[in-house]
Write a protein that binds this ligand. Sequence first.
Ligand code: CTP
Length: 421
Amino acid sequence: MPLNIVVGITGGIAAYKAVGVVRALVLAGHDVHVVPTEGALRFVGKPTLEAISRNPVHTDLYEGVAEVRHVAIGQAADLIVIAPATANAIAKLAAGLADDLLGNTVLASEAPIVIAPAMHTEMWANAATQANVATLRARGVTVVGPAVGQLTGADSGPGRMEEPEAIVAAALAVVDARVAGDPGRDAPATGDLAGRRVVVTAGGTREPLDPVRFLGNRSSGKQGIALAEAARARGAEVTLIAANLEVADPAGCDIRRVSTALELRDALRAAVAGADVVVMAAAVADYRPAAVSESKIKKDQSDAGLTLELVRNPDILAELGAAPHDGTLLVGFAAETESDADRLLELGRAKRRAKRADLLVVNRVGWHAGFAADDNDVVVIGRDDRIVTEVRGTKSSVAHGIMDVVVSELGTAADGAASTR
Ligand code: CTP
């Protein structure tokens, strides 16, 4: 069914990529009305937006007053997508300002809102921006990205606008969830993790050697995805930091894609503010090549071997554990090949202490167990080295077993009522 979609464009360099969002929505058969801010029109021209959207484009609050345009556009909308959403635009949305046509459109609308933030890393990490984003999330706004990568200048980090296809997919999924009666992000969720924000890392990092090769590991991401799905099903708002997943994306989660350990660390730092729980299910490379070759490494014509120099990656979980993280429950994983059960537990206990995690999930991996399998067998170690639970079964039942422990650690009432931090 064609939707009436408002695409708000605010004034950042990523505005040029918003043309791709408009185009994809139009090609999918939707009726798209673009509402750029004055700032956005400094980056992309009105004729471009009119041609691509196939509709007139308005910005001025004082045009079209006879048709009460400042409320009509919002009232007719089935969905509002704001891409890029600058730090300033996010602050204005959080405050409910209506000093331009986009602000009025948003306030006059009951449609779900999806925003794709884009800004420099420091601006995204700033406490003011994070508080504004948390306010919007609490109101049911879906936040897509930002992605981690090269920014406008020489710098890189979290802050890049997500790619247009990812924004369009996330935006249309929000409408589908509404139509299907899923509470999604636009109604208060129920469940014993309702009102909680859970960040899950999943998959395995890849450390590039040259343009065609990397050092990786055998993690498929299945257990991490199952954890994200379990948290979502129990009412949490879930951010999934996905490293090279070999399985389909879970529904209803805010997904941030990364590849290397350093990218995962950046994405986690951006996502962790205000999180109630961080679950480190990703298999993170402990080492990366000291240098990445710009061109494919050619083999030596002699029969000599090749020695690679590796440098240590940061221990991301240990960094989180060492930093103040008041109110954020840290759940780590331990992948071990030890076959002796007691020795395995000892390794898990030592790992939990070293990384200062609140809970540590120990699972045995080997050539055949753990990584790509559909089943898993884990022991969860709590503070004071006690075994909190042991779960065996499908990765989904293991995920729910782990979430049971998370819920009791958070002290959430078992009746499913949302609790406050
Ligand atoms: N981890 C991390 N950063 C790393 C390595 C691991 O945050 N550089 C996290 C993993 O996501 C997991 C936990 O630490 O939650 C344990 O990972 P594991 O690979 O079992 O342990 P390592 O710290 O790599 O220790 P070792 O390989 O020496 O057993």
